[in-house]
Design a protein around this ligand. Sequence first.
Ligand SMILES: [Zn+2]
Length: 404
Amino acid sequence: MKFLLLSFFIASSLHAESFRVLVREDHSTRTRYKEVELIDLESSTSFEGKYFRIVKGKGKETISFRDRDPELVLKAATAYYHLTLAREFWEKKIGSSRPAALPRLTVRIDISNLFDDQGHYANDNRDPQFNNALSIPAGQTPDWIPEGREDKWGPEIWFRPKKVIDTRFFSNTLGPNPLTQVLTAIEHPLINYARNQLQVSVVERFFYPQYASGSLQNDVFRFAGTVALTRFLISGSKRLDPLFMEKWFYLDTAMIPEVVYHEYAHIILSDYLMISHSTPVLEGIADYFAAAQGNKKKVYAKVPGRSTSQPKDPYNKKPYVHWSEANRTASSDFVLAVLWDVRDVLGEEITNRLVYQTRKYLTTETASISDHLLRAILRSCDDVCVEPRLDKLHLYEKFSARGF
Ligand SMILES: [Zn+2]
């Protein structure tokens, strides 16, 4: 009886509070601000919830609803709102028991410190971080750390501050712009074609001078002209980078719904996959759930004033090229697209369960796409597919169409 009374008291002490947050429109990636109810709050004055507590930087206290910085309150409310949606998604849509098993998560807004697995945070002035988010594993400082600096923490999500960066500084690391790419791709076929035409013309003139029209000189000029024009266009197109790039890069991670979903997915998956590691496969799986929950054509689409980051495309048709596996960055959308292929074959519901299941057959260290990921998908199909034998055949077909 006592227990019943107590749990009634706890349940009734949770309450809801109305806040303005950033959301995406229902059927597009456009964003707007919306008045929503934040639920499961334990405090009536700060972001202290039953499942999430939102703090600023390295702070211990949760952010006040009446903080002097309205921007910080907006970020805290937006992160809290989307984390609540993510929790619901995993419980109701995926049927995971993990959200209920997790300790209350501490969520840090505007934290620029590096993570240090021995000491929680690296020194303030050591390489401050911006424009990204990460999830960190639980830990505690070793015994020899002097009292007062001892620390113990559970799994946490960190959202870095936004910082505007001039994209010219990293434009040469991004490779050629799309126009240069197209022109470079047609350069050789085009010049080869012109050279063949010239050869045909020379041969004709030698053997059948009576049929040759125009002068050889004209044909030579035409060939030289084609080569010169192609090269000119290519060199010109290289100067057009600014047309294909945003001038500034910034990413206000706490305000991007899918970034919040992505980080929460890492926490959920951490019963098998360590969160301190980032590989294309692990990032791709977290992207999959961000995309599945966001339910839009593109993931991480731009948000005016908040993000100029390139969106990821689940429908990307890029083929698998073996040599590039080693250089593929964790920020590519290739793995996401492979998992979306699976969804194309098996449908949304089974694929959600299947991708969740793959974590059991992957390890953090040995996660290559062509070997480990595909194998994990097929093994997971044995566990969750309706007709595993037939479904796996369809998956094989899909994978070979992707170039595996
Ligand atoms: Zn990630």
